[in-house]
Every structure is written in structure tokens, then in C-alpha cells.
Design a protein around this ligand. Structure first.
Ligand SMILES: [Fe+2]
Length: 214
């Protein structure tokens, strides 16, 4: 029998550049401006501080907004790629054919962080994968180490310096994408942001995804 590697409980986070970012950024900012004007209160969440969050209903706008629709196509492909890669072993074990799996971007929203705005540690429920896309970041502090998304390890931290478990030495990881990049991550991973230490706003889109067997 050949060797078999069981890749159990993998935690994969995909960082990917949106190639239309430069040409579409202003249209997406305009969408956000119009949305905020029509929905001045947004959504209030107990995990949020000093920010504007839209409702989770942005998918309904894509039929009338080609730019938003293109972004959702990019998001859907990212979800599909990371989920297919992560589930290779599990789907094989359960006799599930990847060609029978359908991808559903179910919820989408944006967050406009004001100065000192942040999100407490939380998970996303009712989905399997989530995403954050950095639409607009501060130009005041190039390379601000606290401008990213902070992910917490779901495992116990390794308690030795043994390089054999280097992969689990970190109890958390702060990943700071550049403007125009997205992170795709398991919805069950606890994540948060540091307070925005810049005067200019940081704006992100976020989305949740589910998969079904057809
Ligand atoms: Fe989140």
C-alpha cells in the first residue's frame, strides 16, 4: 500500500490579488457612498466599535451594478479554489465528486472603519468560508503593522521550540493585505482587527459562502 497523508483539520487562508481593483475602486467607493446615503444607520453589531457596517444584503445590488457583480465573481472563485483545495481528502473519503459541488456567496457587506474603529474577535455563522477584501487602506502609514486582519489559532499552541511543529508555534497571526487583495478563510476561525490608528478611513468588503452537493 502506498503512503497516505491524512490532512485533517487544515487551516488554510488564501491571499489573492483582485486584478480589476485599480480600474474598479472608484466605482466601488461610489456604491458605498450611495449605500450609506440611502441607509444612514447601517447595521449595529455588538462586536463593532467606531465604524459603519452595511447590512448583509449587498448581493441583491449586483443585477444593477456591473462592478459589484465582477467583484462577486472574483469572490466566488476564491471561495471555490480554497474550499476545493482544503477538502480534497475529506471529499475523497466521503465519495463526494468536486464537480457535484456548487458554490453560493450568501451574504456580502462592507465596513467603513473610522479612526480607532475596530471589530472584536468573532466568527461567522451559517456558512463555511468567509472573506475580506481590502478596498481602501490608509496612505498615512505605509506598512502599518496593525492595518490587517488578526487570526487566532484553533489549536493549542505548541509548547516547545522543536522545528517539527513550527507550523503550530504561533497562537495567532496578523495578516496585512495590500489594497486590492483579499483573504479567504474558514468561517469558524476567530478573527478581529486592531483599532484603525489612521485618520483616514479603512474600507473593506466581506462575504460568507456555503457549498452544496447537487
Ligand atoms: Fe469577520
Amino acid at each position: 500500500m502506498e503512503d497516505k497523508l491524512f490532512s485533517l483539520w487544515p487551516v488554510n487562508i488564501l491571499q489573492r490579488v483582485y486584478s480589476n481593483h485599480a480600474q474598479d475602486k472608484n466605482n466601488l467607493l461610489k456604491f458605498i457612498k450611495d449605500y450609506k446615503r440611502e441607509n444612514p444607520l447601517g447595521r449595529s453589531g455588538s462586536e463593532n466599535s467606531n465604524l459603519y457596517e452595511s447590512k448583509y444584503d449587498l448581493i441583491k445590488y449586483i443585477e444593477n451594478n456591473e462592478t459589484l457583480k465582477k467583484l462577486v465573481m472574483f469572490i466566488g472563485q476564491g471561495f471555490k479554489d480554497v474550499a476545493y483545495h482544503t477538502n480534497i481528502e475529506a471529499w475523497e473519503a466521503k465519495n463526494i465528486k468536486p464537480s457535484n459541488i456548487s458554490t453560493h456567496v450568501k451574504a456580502m457587506w462592507f465596513i467603513d472603519y473610522k479612526e480607532s474603529g475596530f471589530v472584536f474577535p468573532h466568527v461567522h455563522s451559517g456558512c463555511s468560508w468567509s472573506m475580506v477584501y481590502y478596498l481602501s487602506t490608509s496612505k498615512e502609514k505605509e506598512g502599518d503593522p496593525f492595518a490587517g486582519t488578526h487570526f487566532f489559532s484553533p489549536f493549542n499552541k505548541a509548547d516547545s521550540d522543536d522545528p517539527g511543529n513550527s507550523y503550530s508555534h504561533e497562537s495567532s497571526r496578523n495578516i496585512t493585505p495590500s489594497e486590492g487583495e483579499a483573504l479567504f478563510f474558514p468561517s469558524s476561525i476567530i478573527h478581529s482587527t486592531y483599532p484603525n490608528s489612521n485618520r483616514s478611513n479603512k474600507i473593506i468588503f466581506s462575504a460568507n459562502c456555503s457549498f452544496s452537493i447537487e
